[in-house]
Design a protein around this ligand. Sequence first.
Ligand SMILES: [Zn+2]
Length: 63
Amino acid sequence: MSCPRCSGFMVPQRFEDLRSDTGELSFAGFRCMACGEILDPQIHSNRENRPHHQARNRKLMSY
Ligand SMILES: [Zn+2]
């Protein structure tokens, strides 16, 4: 795993996410040892399936 920003060495890490509305308070991600860039693949994938986003899309489509 290398950093997309600086190609530095990234280490797996668990992050606490208290703002999450998915019921998961922590998630696995990667943090760059060089520049501090954080990758959170689970958060990105969850964004696609969040219920309130789907509801908003349905509302937009009904207009
Ligand atoms: Zn980096």
